[in-house]
Design a protein around this ligand. Structure first.
Ligand code: ADP
Ligand code: MG
Length: 278
């Protein structure tokens, strides 16, 4: 089997020596090209885990490897952050320049990309997220979804193999959330970029190949979204909502509509309702 792109091996982490563990004995592997979600209520350890993966924090116990490099190896820190880029919640905190193009250039300057190579890399990254036509605009005049796509372009320009999104749609309106999700799905499907998608929106979780549920610093469930959400009772202790369509299906069944099991998406609901109405 090929080496996984991200491997977290029995990792624990505490913010204060001797203090409580924010992440407890977590193990997970992410294969190249896959799209994983990390779910869990506030304070369950998702952001801490994300920062452990990208080398912003080092494990108190255990090991994290990214593309075969251990995050504890000081010499690899920058290479790890370039190969596994991160996009955060608030796009305003990630955009630094006064022109979109310069914002995307910022990271490239930091890693020493030759000046003559920059325009092509910047244009490609902006094009990949559908923002090329805004290259000469001021970032602060863009919508939330557009700003977040510029932030993604900034990471993309560094040619990462994986991108970790830490609740990157949490501050966006529904339109912005859809824009960002669609752009990220395209990067995954067309360019094979590995995605780790942290979210508390269950309608986003159903779009992933594989999901991990965190609760009190631990991973308590792993599986496909279908496996995880097939039994609402099983996720209830971890304070996760079922995806909106699964909840609607449950309510309709309670009203006597004989809907099949396992409805997670709008498309599946539409199909099933159409079938019953025939
Ligand atoms: P999530 O992203 O799932 O909301 P976090 O990883 O941010 O969870 O937090 C996990 C735990 O670590 C929580 O108990 C939180 O209070 C604690 N924590 C997070 N950041 C810090 C910090 N900088 N210093 C101390 N404790 C922290
Ligand atoms: Mg968080």
């Amino acid at each position: 089997m090929a080496e996984p792109i991200i491997s977290v091996d029995h990792v624990s982490f505490s913010y204060d020596e001797g203090g409580p563990m924010a992440v407890r004995d977590v193990s997970l592997t992410v294969e190249r090209g896959s799209f994983h979600a990390i779910l869990g209520q506030n304070g369950s350890g998702k952001s801490t885990l994300a920062k452990l993966i990208n080398g912003l924090y080092l494990p108190t116990e255990g090991h994290v490897t990214v593309c075969g490099m251990d995050t504890q190896d000081d010499e690899k820190t920058w290479e790890i952050r370039r190969r596994a880029g991160m996009v955060f919640q608030n796009p305003d905190n990630q955009l630094v320049a006064t022109v979109v193009r310069e914002d995307v250039a910022f990271g490239l300057e930091n890693i020493g990309v030759p000046t003559e190579e920059m325009p092509a890399r910047i244009d490609k990254a902006l094009k990949d997220v559908g923002m090329l036509k805004f290259a000469d605009r001021a970032p602060h005049l863009l919508s939330g979804g557009q700003k977040q796509r510029v932030a993604i372009a900034g990471v993309l320009a560094m040619a990462p193999e994986a991108i970790i999104f830490d609740e990157s749609t949490a501050m966006l309106d529904p339109q912005g959330r859809r824009e960002v999700m669609q752009a990220v799905k395209r990067l995954n499907q067309e360019q094979g970029i590995t995605v780790l998608w942290i979210t508390h929106f269950m309608e986003e979780a159903v779009e992933c190949d594989f999901a991990h549920v965190m609760y009190q610093g631990q991973i308590v469930l792993d599986g496909t979204p279908r496996e995880i959400f097939s039994d609402v009772e099983r996720i209830r202790p971890y304070r996760l909502d079922a995806p909106p369509m699964a909840r609607l299906a449950e309510q309709l069944r309670a009203q006597g509509m004989p809907l099949k099991d396992g409805i997670l998406t709008v498309e599946e609901m539409a199909e099933e309702v159409a079938r019953l109405c025939k």
